[in-house]
Design a protein around this ligand. Structure first.
Ligand code: CDP
Length: 784
């Protein structure tokens, strides 16, 4: 029996990603790589109008094309009761339009053909006759009394209002404001953006008419939840539905919703008895699938003259598009926006939100964000900076004065969240020291004297990730809990099956590291299986940085369960009672006699060859984790910029990001996540938005208009770390995947506004294109 000590590459090791071996060799299996025998191809006809009645759809020319097998319309779908489907927020969404179209790019009909190009060409031959209607492209237009009613098919819906939602205590907040020396307010718009993953959405639906088995290979971040929703929508028995998410080329929230294309492809496969593949092109992805943000926000901060924060009031209008299909836990209409009090010890707060239908694509997804935390973080961090200037204080000092202090945790916010742990001052001090804040401020003064525009911006964000405790978090009633199953093979190798699905985050590596840490088998000896609903435990999916807080916890807990049984087997092998067995991974030894020992590998073999009488053979367990709370990662980002007064071009001179996500499982993967998030945050701050003209035409439907930063534009990032474990997470980890996208936009914008404040510029809404910055400078220069 070998008891040699080898270093286990568990938590804290920058293990190279196991999945990269196949991915960087081009050997990954993405949906569009897959071919099934007899497969057909589907292409979708989309509405050119943002709002129009449909007078009729003539499919005869398309149907006559050689190679076309079928043309599907809303009418045909309606015959099978599938013209409409439920959304994740409990609304309904047209699968294929029947009565009218409600946004440009809406699905109207589909062609199924033997060849993908034939399908696409035949779509052009479908003659749809429309009568254009008045168009609504903003919530402000939607609430006007004479606005056209977009969802006139809904019983009882006589306007475009979807919901009103409040959080916090309105009266306590009024009282706080009554005591204020000063109230600072900010109106800001977080524009509609798009996750734009490298791989667009798509599926292959394969319904076997002989067995009734329905297998859907799908770009999905939430395969289990989708299986259940499919069973409910189609009436197919759930045990016959198998959703497989193969390798995914990014998701960022875009691959959470159920899109009409999935439903039509499945219905077509059912009707035709052959597999049907549907793959979106880039423009289809940008104009019709889950957008993010689109929040018009108003914030007010009540302060004492010495900078003490007394209260926060915020109201917002959410542009939900034509169908309310956003991804939020059922109870929370604007997700976790109520984390808007941020990192501050705020005595009172009140949030009011109203959602409206508009003639825009549905699906407000959490683009690298935990359910609207990004918008909240942006609001408070912009507001705090402006407040500092109004008070004549340095923005860093105002933050330090009001941060929740480490000894105040667990800290209950005035909107009812309970932050688990934090050291906000620690993260900020490190960020300021790294960037050389005091020297930068002096340099700024000199440069200002020379007529240069220099700015320094800070954002000290707090996130809320890991939804969530079953009492408060569900989607369509499905509780947001997640599972893990661990099986140790006789030779001491293992397979871990998890409910989350990686889209590039490295789960095959990090979750193996958690098992390695807990039981002492090296990560390369642990296969991690995910993404196939027939072979993995149930869970609500991977988004909102929830994998580590939920599935990571389930993985630690299932490992501990396996060790419980392993200890019994070790006691049997060592011929002592269980209480006398000590476990220091990977070794079980006898208390007081450390030389008498067996390894986890010895125990695994014995679990199948030499187990005690009366014990079940094998070494495996499963665990479903119901988190007691969310986890609250945080950090401070500091940015230095120079703005060219003649062109409005701004250059990032320094970008320092200090993150605290508790215990880091794989520091290299964490840094990769932060780099990615900072890049996306920069893209949103500097260049990205999906806009619409007054006719509802989507501007931003290609990468010529919707810009992605390349390595040339992307700033250089300097990372720092503090570590405040989550007290309730089994390994002390908090999520990290989206922290940088959540926290960084405000830091970039604050830096530009810091440069322009002396000119009188108080706000510029993102994206801060050079044209907008230049206009703001010119407007500030113009006589009042
Ligand atoms: O849900 P998602 O995977 O997008 O986000 P996450 O839970 O924040 O994890 C992103 C990646 O970073 C995963 O591979 C995690 O296991 C890893 N991670 C880590 O190594 N340490 C942490 N404290 C948090 C995440």
């Amino acid at each position: 029996m070998s008891t040699e000590a080898t270093e286990i590459r568990g938590i804290g090791h920058s293990v190279k990603r196991k999945e990269d071996g196949r991915l960087i060799r081009g050997k990954g299996t993405f949906i569009d790589d897959m071919q099934l025998p007899g497969m057909l191809y589907m292409s979708i006809l989309r509405s050119p109008f943002a709002h129009a009645t449909i007078n009729g759809i003539d499919t005869s020319r398309a149907q006559a094309v050689t190679g076309v097998v079928a043309v599907v319309t809303g009418e045909l779908m309606a015959q099978h009761n599938l013209a409409w489907m439920p959304t994740m927020s409990g609304d309904t969404q047209a699968v294929l339009a029947t009565d009218k179209v409600r946004f440009q790019g809406q699905e109207v009909a589909a062609v199924i053909a033997e060849d993908p190009y034939v399908a696409k060409d035949a779509v052009e031959l479908i003659d749809a006759d429309y009568d254009a209607l008045g168009v609504v492209v903003s919530p402000q237009q939607a609430l006007a009394s004479d606005a056209p009613v977009i969802r006139d098919e809904k019983e009882g819906q006589s306007d475009n209002h979807i919901y009103h939602w409040e959080s916090g205590d309105a009266e306590a907040t009024d009282r706080a404001f009554a005591q204020a020396d000063r109230v600072v307010s900010l109106d800001t718009f977080y524009p509609r953006s798009h996750p734009a993953p490298l791989e667009t959405c798509g599926c292959i639906a394969d319904v076997n008419s002989a067995t009734g088995q329905t297998t859907i290979y799908m770009t999905s971040q939430a395969p289990h939840a989708i299986r259940t929703v499919f069973a409910l929508v189609t009436g197919l028995p759930e045990e016959n539905i198998r959703i497989v998410s193969p390798d995914l080329g990014g998701g960022f929230g875009n691959k959470v919703p159920v899109y009409p294309g999935y439903v039509v492809a499945t219905a077509a496969s059912l009707l035709l008895g052959r597999p049907v593949k549907w793959i979106e092109d880039r423009s289809e992805n940008l104009i019709s699938t889950g957008f993010a943000r689109d929040f018009h926000m108003h914030g007010e901060l009540a302060l004492k003259d010495d900078g003490t924060m007394l209260g926060l009031r915020t109201s917002l209008l959410a542009d939900e598009g034509a169908f309310h299909a956003d991804a939020q836990p059922s109870k929370l209409k604007v997700g976790l926006y109520h984390v808007v009090t941020g990192s501050y010890d705020m005595p009172a707060a009140h949030v009011a939100a109203d959602g409206y239908y508009t003639n825009k694509a549905p699906g407000g997804v959490a683009y690298r964000c935990s359910f609207r935390v990004t918008e909240a973080s942006y609001m408070i961090e912009r507001l705090v900076q402006n407040a500092a200037y109004e008070l004549g204080m340095d923005p860093a000092d105002l933050r330090k004065k009001n941060f929740i202090r480490p000894e105040q945790f667990p800290y209950e916010t005035p909107t009812g969240l309970v932050y688990d742990s934090g050291d906000y001052r620690g993260a900020m001090d490190l960020a300021l020291e790294t960037i050389g804040y005091d020297e930068l401020r002096k340099e700024q003064e000199q440069r200002r004297a020379d007529g240069k525009l220099w700015g320094v911006g800070i954002a000290s964000f707090t996130e809320a990730v890991g939804a969530g405790p079953h009492k408060d978090y569900d989607i369509l009633g499905l509780k947001m809990n997640d599972g893990a199953e661990l099986r140790i093979h006789p030779t001491g190798k293992a397979i871990l099956k998890i409910s989350s699905i990686t889209q590039g985050q490295g789960h095959e590596t990090t979750f193996a590291q958690i098992v390695a840490e807990e039981i002492g088998i090296q990560p390369e000896d642990i296969k991690v299986q995910h993404g196939d609903t027939d072979n993995t435990p149930y869970g609500l999916g991977t988004y909102a940085s929830r994998s580590t807080p939920t599935v990571g916890a389930a993985t630690a807990m299932v490992s501990r369960r396996v060790i419980e049984k392993a200890r019994k087997i070790a006691a049997h092998l060592l011929e002592v009672s269980e209480e006398d067995v000590e476990f220091t991974r990977p070794t079980f030894s006898v208390s007081g006699a450390p030389d008498k020992a067996v390894t986890i590998q010895d125990v695994a073999f014995a679990a199948y060859t030499n187990f005690p009488d009366g014990m079940e053979s094998g070494l495996e367990a499963s665990f479903y984790y119901d988190p007691p709370n969310l986890t609250f990662p945080f950090g401070t980002y500091a940015v230095a910029v120079e703005v060219d007064p003649d062109t409005g071009v701004w250059d990032v001179k320094r970008m320092v990001a200090v993150d605290d996500c508790g215990v880091r499982i794989n520091p290299m993967i964490v840094e990769g996540q932060i780099h990615g998030g900072l890049t996306e945050g920069y893209a949103i701050a500097a260049m990205q938005q999906i806009t619409f003209d007054e006719a509802g035409n989507c501007i931003g439907s290609t990468f010529i208009d919707y810009l992605l930063p390349t390595a040339v534009e992307t700033p250089r990032f300097e990372l720092g770390e503090t570590m405040t474990p989550s007290p309730h997470h089994p390994i002390g980890a908090k999520g990290v995947g989206e922290s940088a996208t959540v926290g960084s936009p405000a830091a970039y914008v604050n830096a530009v506004i810091d440069a322009l404040w002396p000119l009188g510029v108080r706000n510029i809404d993102m994206p801060l294109t050079s044209a907008k910055v230049w206009e703001a400078i010119e407007a500030a220069k113009a006589p009042a």
